[in-house]
Design a protein around this ligand. Structure first.
Ligand SMILES: Cc1ncc(COP(=O)(O)O)c(C=O)c1O
Length: 375
């Protein structure tokens, strides 16, 4: 199968490990192996003695049990462990989309969610736009329903959303499920940013409420543990999980034993890790709000509702891609222009989850003065 380049990852390839001020990252501050092991006394010895053979394609049974415990209605059998969220999206879309199928993808979105539809002959997708209300983002469920065609098979949502930072309320999740039920559609719910809601309402996992839904979770984002490459797909639809497991045999085959071990520890301490991350993001959003208040003539501020990313609007009369290029060239400050998300408007993505956010934002502000944008 042929597939287009992944725009965001191709862009990051150039800057992610060279630009000194990463002001756009979607992963939160990470931890060391030592710090994770310190959460569980006695685990270091066990970790050092792990045998490094193949592991189970479906994931370590104890890990599956722990993941099921994050949900209200799930058991170990409903959990399929994957090698990073990316593998889950790619496998799901490949096993679900057949020739002639139509899907609807929330948009803008992580490219993997809709790109497979471009590669399956005769398959297609429609964009369900997350919309700007001036100070934030919202979705329109009437518009979603209007996009449904006779051959629509599934809807792919991303909540909390990358890049807008928009997240559905629990009432909206219910509305979405009602539409899927009414039209008998599958639902792919990418929830990799779940766990760091900033408005005080803890969101439900979508798969807990709809038997044709899968929920995608991962250690990469809110937990800051992208290097583990551990994610999961949870669903009551075991037929989908089985098909994905067969597909995984052509991808990673199984996950890494040390990563699964460390994930078990991190998830046993889920609440404290997520609370630490939430507080960090909250603090950075406050610093960001002050920054945007100082530069209201240059930007429209759209703080995230949940998760570490926000999609702000540039008011300067210059293409946003050029503006972002100038920031990285002149000052080493990395931002993501909307063009990477195939959005032809003046937005750029900012990330609030890294510990050096205040320093990176200060460099960005220096850039604004030095280039004469701010007076
Ligand atoms: C919405 C969304 N889904 C999935 C992924 C992939 O995550 P992972 O790095 O765990 O494969 C990302 C990464 O940026 C993402 O933003």
């Amino acid at each position: 199968m042929k597939i287009r380049d992944f725009g965001l990852e191709t862009f990051f390839e150039k800057y992610e490990f060279t630009a000194p001020y990463l002001l756009t990252q979607s992963d939160c501050e990470t931890m060391s192996t030592k710090e994770i092991l310190a959460l569980e006394p006695g685990s270091e010895e066990e970790y050092l003695n792990l045998r490094l053979g193949y592991s189970e394609t479906w994931g370590d049974p104890e890990l599956r049990e722990i993941i099921a415990g994050l949900y209200k209605t799930m058991s170990k059998e409903d959990v399929f462990v994957i090698h990073g969220a990316q593998e889950g999206i790619f496998a799901y879309m490949n096993v679900m989309l057949d020739e002639g199928d139509h899907m609807i993808a929330q948009f803008p979105n992580y490219q993997a969610a809709y790109e497979v539809a471009n590669s399956v002959p005769g398959a297609s997708y429609s964009k369900w736009m997350v919309k700007d209300n001036g100070s934030g983002w919202y979705v329109d469920f009437d518009e979603l329903e209007a996009l449904i065609q006779p051959n629509t098979k599934l809807i792919a949502v991303n909540t909390p959303d990358n890049p807008t930072g928009y997240t559905m309320t629990n009432a909206e999740i219910q509305k979405l499920i009602d539409i899927c039920r009414k039209h008998d559609l599958y639902l792919f719910s990418d929830e990799v940013y779940k766990g760091v809601e900033l408005d005080g309402e803890k969101r439900d996992w979508v798969a807990d409420h709809y038997e044709k839904a899968v929920s995608l979770g991962v250690m990469s984002k809110a937990y800051g543990l992208a290097g583990l490459r551990v994610g999961w797909i949870v669903s009551k639809d075991h037929d989908i999980l089985k098909k994905m497991a067969r597909y995984k045999n052509y991808l990673s085959i199984c996950d890494s034993v040390p990563s699964e071990y460390l994930t078990k520890i991190a998830l046993k301490h889920s609440d404290e890790i997520l609370e630490k991350t939430r507080k960090l993001i909250q603090k950075h959003v406050e610093i960001g709000n002050e920054f945007f208040a100082r530069h209201g003539d240059l930007f429209e501020n759209k703080p995230p509702m949940a998760g570490p990313v926000a999609f702000h609007k540039l008011k300067i009369d210059m293409p946003v891609a050029d503006f972002c290029q100038l920031a990285v060239d002149k000052k080493g400050v990395l931002l993501l222009p909307a063009t990477i998300y195939e959005v032809d408007e003046q937005y750029f993505r900012m990330g609030y989850g890294r510990a050096n956010f205040p320093e990176a934002l200060a460099k960005f502000e220096e850039f604004l003065y030095e280039e004469g944008f701010a007076k």
